[in-house]
Ligand binder design. Sequence first.
Ligand code: ADP
Ligand code: MG
Length: 271
Amino acid sequence: MTPDAQLELVTADGRRVSTESAPCPLEVRGLTVSYGEKPAVFSVDARFPSGSMTAIVGPNGAGKSTFLKGALGIVRCLAGEIRFFGRPFKETRRDVAYVPQRASVDWDFPARVIDVVMMGLYREVGLFRFAGSRHRARAIECLSRVGMQDFADRQIGQLSGGQQQRVFLARALAQDAELYLLDEPFAGVDAATEHAIVTVLKELKAAGKTVVCVHHDLSTVSAYFDRVMLINMRKQAEGPIAEAFTPETLQATYGGRLAASQIDELRLGSA
Ligand code: ADP
Ligand code: MG
């Protein structure tokens, strides 16, 4: 399904070689999800290239979370073709880490921070097998990357929202995935946590990983990301910031909800 990504060259001795050795981490065609009569996401085509860092942006209720859930098979798609690394999700789960929107997770059940992070290691450890000191050390290392190593033995429910968000990110890091899908990781966190999370995401990108974030703060899109997908049920634009994050595409996505003066204040790619 990735003809544009996989240009084939024929060598002088007749061998066919692909110009792109790594398949696209996530590519969807015609993704449509409906909870009722009106679709929440309608016929979206999108491509998230290897090593890119993309913000998914759009108004409340635009279908941003639903897009990720549809791609991951958490909600049923009415239509659509979805490929992770060129293959169905069930074959590539190991390489895909997902951090859901915080409000959607109930953390009242008793679990220690370290146990939550070790869930990210379950493929390595096995669900009910004994996790050894090596695994605990790896979980602590992931907590350190988000500045939460001192909270390892706390109950997750006792942490602030921002601290919980860092723990979710540590769990995703423990998985050592190739593609990271995060749903509003900065929602309701303090400035220090936002900085810590963005630093980790940029480190992932520097290590060649692919990052996709639902993001609600238009003022930081250009600083944090190199690509954007604008969505309001339908995809409105997609591409490098300079091309896809413009007054026109924002107007198309937000309509009257975004005043011209607000658009002027944004550091748009074209500015
Ligand atoms: P966003 O993440 O962009 O704010 P969502 O993907 O959560 O938007 O929601 C898109 C639309 O689908 C909204 O109209 C929302 O009310 C609706 N929706 C989301 N989840 C459900 C659900 N589980 N059941 C019914 N409708 C839902
Ligand atoms: Mg959402």
